[in-house]
Design a protein around this ligand. Structure first.
Ligand SMILES: [Zn+2]
Ligand SMILES: [Zn+2]
Length: 555
């Protein structure tokens, strides 16, 4: 066991989420014991073609062996727990989570068929992990059951804010438990780690309640259906949609698997209590007056193939968009998605629907604290040391400046990045040599077989070759004018090669037929669909994974 008199060293090691958005994972180590806070993923950027997910490199935790005691989760967002189903295959440790996160994780590990010891913990009920005593503290955020963590160590208390904002009028009445944080602060706080996502935003983040009036008008004034899109885990937003639907006599049809899961879990936990009669099935739509319908739907980021995009391009079997309808995109635009969201809005506008999004009306508020809230937390906690977490480098720098404004000493704040090590002991705090950290790319269900996109492409090129797909489409009509032609190098040279490539060509044509003419004018989308279809075809028929490069000319 570790010493209890505080003569040891506390090591603070972010393995993800510092200097980037997503992949949140932070290790606390004391003596021979370590815990990790959160374990999130990141969705790939456009240039990472063929990559499904990005997760943090946890080599460091793996090397700790039995000394690694488990994960503690702050809430159920993907950027805080999404990597767990992939890393728990190798790291057989318990996971401690607040109820909603535990519920969502249960669904995930069921899908992945993993035996995991999952402990549901509640605020103000401390438990021990080695030398650490951990207590969850309720905080408001864009998901229910979000918590900060107060972690007692032999050297003093560490407070990790989780993701939070200080909403004084939350939808469920449960405001952030500042009293509990103050109680910890009274005993002295060694280190504060706090959410930097909105550190560039002056003022306060508005309450979730402020968009209610605007939403109410949409639900009452829209002569047709209301299509409401938000992140599936945003239970408070969903609560508002259900309440307003009930008030304005609309029945709610949910579309999208993650939304079903999230509503199921939240209902089981008592966060959503509505009569089953409020809900309708998607196949009941044709019998309902559009004025009596709300569609709750995922896909707010314009993800290709999502239900919302299919509705936008007129390709959804049960849901057609009409000029009387209103679409509410109630979420922020994740950077990188501007173009696909813009395309989706264009398609919807073409069908005459009224679109409400954060650029045109107040239909979304952030779940992260702005500058005044961040300063309030710093004042309340009065930490000896401060490390800004969750954010790109500029957010961390800005958060550090806020800390200095409220009196945290400049030499007591540390700007860490992934893999950096902060060591704290009785003599002070200092940055120690870094450990391995980085990103692991997940392709399908395989983990870590991809070090880097370039390396992966090289490996695939050398072992499985290259297939070029060339075709020309009419920019206006989306019709195929020439091709598809398939050219391969180092992929297939058997006698029946030509015949095989003909079959592949048929796959391309089928795929093009499935994509509607409207989205066919978007060559990015067509490329991705063609690439996916061929990848499946080659894997199924030959068990090979050539690099596939669709080359589409718009004429
Ligand atoms: Zn987050
Ligand atoms: Zn979050």
């Amino acid at each position: 066991m570790s010493d209890a008199n505080g003569s040891g060293v506390l090591r603070v090691i972010p393995l993800g989420g510092l200097g980037e958005i997503g992949l949140n994972c932070l290790v606390l180590e004391y003596g021979d014991a370590a815990i990790a806070i959160d374990c999130g993923l990141m969705f790939p950027e456009l240039h990472m073609l063929g990559i499904d997910l990005v997760i943090p490199d946890l080599t460091y935790l793996e090397a700790l062996g039995d000394r690694f005691l488990g994960f503690v989760l702050t809430h159920g967002h993907e950027d805080h727990l999404g990597a767990l189903p992939y890393v728990l295959r190798d790291l057989r440790v318990p996971v401690y989570a607040p109820p909603m996160a535990a519920g969502l994780l249960t669904e995930k590990i069921r899908e992945h068929n993993l035996p995991v010891r999952l402990e549901t913990m509640r605020p103000r009920q401390p438990w021990d992990m080695g030398p650490f005593t951990i207590e969850m503290v309720h905080m408001t955020h864009s998901i229910v059951d979000a918590v900060a963590l107060a972690i007692r160590t032999p050297l003093g208390t560490v407070i990790h804010s989780g993701d939070f904002k200080l909403d004084q009028t939350p939808i469920d009445g449960a405001a952030s438990d500042l009293a509990c944080l103050a109680a910890h602060a009274a005993g002295g706080v060694l280190l504060l780690l706090s959410d930097s996502t909105n550190s560039e935003r002056p003022g306060h983040t508005p309450s979730e309640r402020v968009i209610r009036g605007n939403l109410d008008r949409v639900f009452s004034d829209t002569p047709g259906k209301v299509l409401f899109s938000t992140f599936s885990s945003h239970i408070h937003r969903i609560t508002q949609v259900l309440e307003l639907s009930q008030r304005h006599g609309r029945r709610v049809v949910t579309v999208g698997r993650s939304l079903h899961t999230s509503i199921k879990v939240a209902s089981q936990l008592g966060h959503l209590e509505y009569p089953p009669s409020l809900f309708a099935e998607v196949n009941e739509l044709r019998d309902l007056d559009p004025r009596e319908v709300t569609l709750l739907i995922t896909g707010s980021q314009g993800e290709p193939l999502s239900a919302l995009v299919r509705i936008a391009v007129g390709d959804h079997k049960q849901v057609k968009l009409a000029p009387d309808d209103a679409v509410v995109l109630s979420s922020r635009i994740i950077p990188g998605n501007e173009r696909s969201i813009g395309n989706m809005i264009n398609h919807m506008s073409r069908r005459g629907a009224t679109i409400h999004h954060s650029g045109t009306s107040h239909v979304h508020v952030s779940g992260h604290a702005s500058q005044e809230e961040l300063k309030l937390l710093l004042r309340l906690v009065r930490p000896r040391y401060f490390v800004p977490v969750h954010g790109e480098y500029r957010h961390l720098v800005q958060h550090r400046a806020l800390a200095h404004e409220v009196g945290v000493a400049p030499d007591a704040t540390f700007l860490l990045e992934d893999g950096h090590v902060l060591e704290i002991d009785a003599a002070g705090a200092r940055v120690a040599p870094p450990v391995r950290a980085g990103r692991v790319f997940v392709d399908g269900k395989g983990v870590g077989d991809v070090e880097d996109v370039v390396l992966r492409d090289r490996r695939h090129l050398s072992s499985d070759g290259l297939v070029l797909v060339v075709l020309a489409i009419d920019q206006q009509s989306g019709e195929v004018i020439a091709g598809p032609d398939l050219v391969s190098r180092g992929f297939i040279f058997e006698e029946n090669g030509q015949e095989y490539l003909e079959r592949a060509k048929a796959v391309v044509l089928e795929t093009l037929q499935e994509v509607t003419s409207e989205s066919r004018s978007d060559s990015m989308e067509v490329k991705e669909e063609v690439r996916k279809a061929l990848k499946r075809f080659f894997a199924r028929t030959l068990e090979r994974r050539p690099v596939i490069v669709p080359f589409i000319m718009e004429m």
